[in-house]
Design a protein around this ligand. Structure first.
Ligand code: AP5
Ligand code: MG
Length: 225
């Protein structure tokens, strides 16, 4: 009998709007491993009014990154939960070189990290960001142009009213892209130099991109270390 596939730690890389969150949710469904999104964790802190949330709120609204040590500690707390045993999907982390160095020295899974970059061109990113809505209850992601809900403005799953992220304006997107190019491009280069790295075309259907990511991960996992 074929052994069940253990995905292990997976890192999704890509610009704001590339589809990291959308794909992470697909992989959660297909592989039953958790998504660890630093953006979602920070937004939860903002919503709960924690000290971290109060500090992060202003930075996020301007498209600036939250300090590395705070983000690293937040991820360390999340990784300590027992549901990460068969693997997890890092979404939006690491996104600076110090965060990548922290990951490289602190991840203690039996399997090594596989990094997959989702590639999407600038004009489509802009369209994705400006059209995005999400469900405050189940976190499902929609797009008024590209992935509309069945009933305009309401979640297909639980009927909750969809909301727009406070950083999803053209101006803030430009700032996020600058942070991405200055601070996250070197992270992509860092993982590109390592053996377990792949790229997928993110300008396809959600299902097709997910199939391509799974193929990259399965190929990397079949490689001898
Ligand atoms: P974060 O929440 O991580 O934002 P981001 O990196 O800018 O990425 P997005 O969430 O905007 O895009 P995505 O790639 O997830 O795309 P999505 O799937 O939603 O971070 C927000 C902020 O938090 C940062 O700016 C920073 O301030 C702070 N922060 C977070 N992590 C940090 C860290 N590690 N260090 C420091 N600070 C940190 O898709 C986008 C849209 O496209 C949706 O509308 C979706 O429906 C649509 N779409 C997706 N795929 C497809 C497809 N295949 N076809 C059609 N439509 C699609
Ligand atoms: Mg996201």
């Amino acid at each position: 009998m074929r052994k069940p596939f253990i995905p292990g730690p997976i890192l999704l890389l890509g610009a704001p709007g590339a589809g990291k969150g959308t794909q992470a949710k697909e992989l959660v469904r297909l592989w039953s491993i958790p998504q660890i999104s630093t953006g979602d964790l920070l937004r939860a802190n903002v919503a709960q009014g924690t000290e971290l949330g109060k500090m992060a709120d202003g930075l996020m609204k301007n498209g600036q990154y939250v300090p590395d040590d705070l983000v690293n500690q937040m991820v360390a707390n999340r990784l300590a939960l027992p549901d990460t045993h068969n693997g997890f999907i890092l979404d939006g982390f690491p996104r600076t070189l110090p965060q990548a160095e922290w990951v490289d020295s602190h991840l203690s899974h039996d399997l090594p990290l596989v990094a997959v970059k989702i590639q999407v061109d600038y004009n489509l990113l802009l369209r994705r960001i400006t059209g995005r809505l999400s469900c405050p209850l189940c976190q499902r992601i929609y797009n008024i142009h590209l992935q509309p809900p069945r009933r305009a403005g309401y979640c297909d799953v639980d009927g909750a009213e969809l909301s727009k992220r406070s950083d999803d304006s053209v101006e803030v997107f430009k700032g996020r892209m600058r942070s991405y190019e200055d601070l996250t491009a070197p992270v992509i280069e860092h993982y590109h130099m390592k053996a377990r790295y792949g790229e997928v075309n993110g300008e396809q259907s959600v299902a097709r991109v997910a199939t391509d990511i799974m193929a990259v991960v399965e190929k990397m996992r079949s490689m001898k270390s």
